[in-house]
Write a protein that binds this ligand. Sequence first.
Ligand SMILES: Nc1ncnc2c1ncn2[C@@H]1O[C@H](COP(=O)(O)OP(=O)(O)OP(=O)(O)O)[C@@H](O)[C@H]1O
Ligand SMILES: [Mg+2]
Length: 406
Amino acid sequence: MDPITNPYAPGAGQRPPELAGRDEQLRTFDVVLERIARGRAERSIVLTGLRGVGKTVLLNALRSSAVRADWGTGKFEARPDQRLRRPLAAAAHQAVRELGHPRADDVDQVLGIIKSFALRDAPSGAKLRDKWQPGIDVPAVTGRADSGDIEIDLVELFTDIGGLAADVGKGVAFFIDEMQDLDPEDVSALCAACHEISQSGLPVIVVGAGLPHLPAVLSASKSYSERLFRYSRIDRLPREAADQALVGPASEEECEFTPEALDEMYAVTAGYPYFIQAYGKVVWDVAPTSPVTAQDIRVAVPEAESELAVGFFGSRFERATPAEREYLRAMADAALVNSHEQQGDSPADEREAVPTSAVADVLGRKPQSLSPARDALIKKGLIYSGERGLIAFTVPHFGRYLRTQS
Ligand SMILES: Nc1ncnc2c1ncn2[C@@H]1O[C@H](COP(=O)(O)OP(=O)(O)OP(=O)(O)O)[C@@H](O)[C@H]1O
Ligand SMILES: [Mg+2]
């Protein structure tokens, strides 16, 4: 069919033509916004899930909800090599501007505090020209949120921003993507600040998104984090929603899928949103006319798979060193053995974790000698450990991909 009207959108954080199967999260969030605006206690929110399930897209949709509710919002993506101050200050700056508080003096005061919070990032001995300047157009207000202790400073920052929001009967929401990549000290400070702010009833929340082990990262830092956050597991789409993700956008272009085509699509995508977009896109271009048939899907699959092999899987595999690649391949083999032992000959479900000892067995090595490779892969976000002694791919179907490569 006409590639120009192709509605599907594979890509990191790409807004899908139809956000299928996330109504519950969207509804819950609207309730949270309304409760906080009325001064009710609410927990901050953390979305977790594998690569490509739609965390970033959902985070953006929640942000849009907050904007529609007239909240001040800011968003950033955590990076392993970056501390919290600068990106958070930029997000706070934006959020305060969005609040549209009528009293300029009060706004400038808080912006000045955000500025000194950010400037604390520079080492104190740094020369003036090395000092990074936040793009905030007011003089820094010293003596608040700039002690250098990130925990104290964050509490003060949130308190002042929350006060400003409360003045105008609104709230502020910070959206943090790839939250598992925050520095441990920053995670700890963020938990403490959320704790403090929820006790004082100020209208500030954090909405985080990250890999499945993010709850473990948070609770390792503060034991009370389990009560602090509302965790929401973002998963592959159930059949009905997966169909809707394909059929909805197609019908806008007056195209249809046969029921058998939808069966075939679910068999290859397993309901993973990234795969739905990726296969959908190729299928659209390959299918000669509407309705799309099961045969069209079978024709499209090899091309879609080779695109995934380069873009989705290969680009990630290439980030691993030779020793790490060996570890990944051993995980893929161990997962296969694992699934055979558990379910006869049924195909391996890569979402199942494998014991790290099984990976060591595959390689004929001592588990301890593999820790550096494993830890580096966790840091690169390719694998995660949700439970002690177990390890799993963060990328759906990664094991299957690796097994086809060797
Ligand atoms: N609910 C949905 N319905 C249909 N398509 C979706 C949905 N959610 C996400 N997608 C599509 O899936 C793809 C991946 O989405 P997104 O980048 O948000 O995933 P992610 O979980 O943030 O992945 P990563 O962990 O790699 O950052 C995008 O192409 C997006 O358009
Ligand atoms: Mg993402």
